[in-house]
Design a protein around this ligand. Structure first.
Ligand SMILES: NC(=O)c1ccc[n+]([C@@H]2O[C@H](COP(=O)([O-])OP(=O)(O)OC[C@H]3O[C@@H](n4cnc5c(N)ncnc54)[C@H](O)[C@@H]3O)[C@@H](O)[C@H]2O)c1
Length: 280
């Protein structure tokens, strides 16, 4: 049965787990071949584990089980040459990237007076430079083919500030500025560039011991059950502690689909109302 993304090639960065895996599988379910990458190694600047090779291989398995082709690569998006090499492989093996989802990212919380340079560098490299490298790698082919759909991942913290979120918030505001600028530049080439701005999403970025301790410093060994009510009450407006990745994927699919062909340079919040309090 024909499906919406039949014949399309989608690149998803940070696809080993979480939202990236969900986006990659959602496109495969709708007929696309998918290029997936992830760094698959931890960062000494972060207090939670990143994804593994096994996680990325599992995403590949989920895509191929759907009968779609998958090109899998261990690539850090902060490495521009590696991103360009990956897109060259996608060009030669799959015929070019039609849709790119610049999803890879990290989080780090720190008070400003003890904020390490390492944490700043890691967050900016992954969340800002990584998105830039992804856009720089995919756009030449999209311009040549006069078609492209690019979705970047910002955050509710790309539209507001957050105490102890200096680097993260700066990177995610930066993603929105980058998205709007590139959207203006690429519009004549029939390429749309839009951002999503999720609230708390139920992925290992939020569901980890270090994060639990930050939200419940009053407890010795806090668990998700201790943290969930705090997130639901203090951050989101709808009574939801964390949004499921599949809900975010629905909006990503929309931004890649014909339904949104006349939207570019936009930011779609998927934040359970969090920014209704303070953003236009
Ligand atoms: N989880 C949330 O609450 C939330 C909220 C708003 C925005 N976001 C953003 O959504 C995106 C996806 O995050 P998630 O929630 O799925 O978290 P996650 O930690 O589960 O997934 C992120 C993935 O990106 C990979 N990655 C990190 N840095 C990379 C790099 N430099 N190169 C390649 N791969 C890299 C990780 O290994 C991991 O597999 C991120 O950009 C994040 O900032 C997350």
């Amino acid at each position: 049965m024909p499906t919406e993304f039949d014949g399309k090639v989608v690149l998803v960065t940070g696809a080993a787990r979480g939202q990236g895996r969900s986006h990659a599988v959602a496109f495969a379910e709708r007929g696309a071949d998918v290029v997936i990458c992830d760094r698959c190694e931890d960062s000494g600047a972060l207090d939670y584990p990143l994804a593994s090779e096994a996680d990325l291989a599992q995403t590949e398995k989920m895509i191929t089980a759907l009968g779609r082709r998958c090109l899998r690569a261990t690539v850090n998006t902060a490495d521009r040459a590696a991103m360009e090499a990956l897109v060259r492989r996608a060009d030669s093996e799959f015929g070019g990237v039609d849709i790119a989802v610049a999803n890879a990212g990290v989080v780090g919380m720190s008070p400003i007076d003890s904020h390490s340079a390492e944490l700043w560098d890691e967050v900016i490299a992954s969340n800002l430079t990584g998105v830039f490298n992804t856009l720089a790698a995919v756009t030449p082919g999209m311009i040549a083919r006069k078609y492209g759909r690019i979705i970047t991942t910002s955050s509710m913290l790309g539209r507001t500030g957050g105490a102890t979120m200096t680097a993260y918030s700066a990177s995610k505001w930066g993603v929105i500025g980058m998205t709007k600028s590139v959207a203006l530049e690429l519009a004549p080439h029939n390429i749309t560039v839009n951002a999503i701005a999720p609230g708390n999403v139920a992925t290992p970025m939020v569901m980890n011991d270090a994060m639990y301790r930050k939200f419940r410093p009053d407890l010795d060994q806090p668990s998700w059950d201790d943290v969930a009510p705090v997130l639901a009450a203090k951050i989101h407006v709808l009574p939801i502690a964390a949004i499921e990745s599949e809900q975010v994927s629905r909006i990503v699919l929309f931004l890649a689909a014909d339904a949104s062909a006349h939207m570019t340079g936009m930011v779609i919040p998927i934040d359970a109302g969090a920014t209704a309090k303070n953003s236009a």
